[in-house]
Design a protein around this ligand. Structure first.
Ligand code: ADP
Ligand code: ADP
Length: 220
């Protein structure tokens, strides 16, 4: 169980006065649940993920994953694929998976399943945006993370490419049963993917509506 209790998250703005990005944000996500968080630009979605993932620890409140601070079992996927351009596709995934024979076998299997078997040794700069996202998805799932944090990972892709990636994400999630916290400004995407959609309202960010979703998910 992921338990998020953020009393307040402040940033010092350039004028020196503190800006409250999140306030009174409480959210619990069950094991294996796919929770989407939607809200307009600037409402605090990325801040929420950064706080949950420990990328931004300066917060009043606390985040617990199975009663402990989230640690190594957390995977991330951001708006940009953030692949290392000087490493091959396979080495980008091994950077997270580790270099044991078992890790390498797992990484190769996953990349092949994602139809990247022909580009294992290619550098990311040679790949299309959709392929780079597939590598980033493989990298996120290769450790079968207990918790996966996703920040608009399919933004600025064309509709068929984004739909294919959404179907692949659903398949990986159903196999790994990771708990997913997925933020997006796209309500349609949230409804397509989530078991649950939490609406954030900004200034400061807090949950204003929390809905269970029972729609069929996208398939490949
Ligand atoms: P969203 O992801 O929903 O677009 P963000 O979490 O990026 O929103 O931002 C929430 C608010 O916090 C915004 O007002 C933004 O300007 C502010 N903010 C985000 N990051 C920083 C930062 N590093 N320093 C100062 N203010 C920030
Ligand atoms: P239409 O306007 O006929 O629905 P689109 O090209 O916008 O056609 O979308 C085709 C299909 O792709 C839709 O039926 C929907 O299932 C899916 N889709 C499109 N955009 C999104 C989105 N942002 N999030 C989730 N699914 C989407």
């Amino acid at each position: 169980m992921l338990e998020i209790d953020i009393d307040r998250k402040r940033y010092a703005d350039r004028g020196g006065s503190p800006h409250v990005a999140l306030s009174g944000l409480n959210l619990q996500v069950g094991d294996g649940e796919f929770a989407c968080v939607v809200g307009p630009s600037g409402c605090g979605k990325s801040t929420l993920l950064n706080v949950v993932g420990g990328l931004d620890g300066d917060v009043e409140g606390r985040v617990r994953l199975d009663g402990e601070a989230p640690g190594n079992g957390v995977g991330f996927m951001f708006q940009e694929p953030r692949l290392m351009p000087w490493l091959s596709v396979l080495d980008n995934v091994l950077l997270v998976a580790g270099r044991s024979a078992a890790a390498k076998a797992r990484a190769v299997d996953l990349l092949v399943a994602m139809e990247l078997g022909d580009v294992l040794q290619a550098y990311p700069g040679r790949l299309s945006g959709g392929m780079q996202r597939r590598v980033a998805l493989a990298r996120a799932f290769v450790i079968e993370p207990k918790l996966l944090l996703m920040d608009e990972p399919f933004v600025s892709l064309d509709v068929p490419t984004a739909n294919r990636l959404r179907a692949m994400l659903v398949e990986l999630w159903q196999r790994c049963r990771s708990t997913v916290l997925f933020v997006t400004h796209d309500l349609r995407e949230a409804l397509a993917l989530g078991d649950r959609v939490c609406f954030l309202s900004g200034a400061p960010g807090r949950v204003v509506l929390d809905l269970a979703v029972t729609l069929p998910r996208p398939r490949a």
